[in-house]
Ligand binder design. Structure first.
Ligand SMILES: [Zn+2]
Length: 57
């Protein structure tokens, strides 16, 4: 019987998120595309909705 010696890839180094999306609360990292609207950070997925909302105000 083979001796299974499972090796996992090492965890990627934990990188501190620079901010959290104000809409979906996803952590945003330095390499991500981050949008700053009225001092709130948004991810790429949420910025369109956020812009629309802000324009309605
Ligand atoms: Zn988001």
């Amino acid at each position: 019987m083979p001796d299974y010696n499972l090796e996992y890839f090492p965890e990627p180094e934990e990188i501190e998120p620079v901010a959290y999306c104000a809409a979906c609360e996803r952590p945003l990292y330095r390499d991500d595309t981050v949008y700053l609207l009225q001092n709130r950070y948004f991810c790429e997925d949420c910025v369109a909705d956020a812009r629309r909302e802000l324009e309605d105000e």
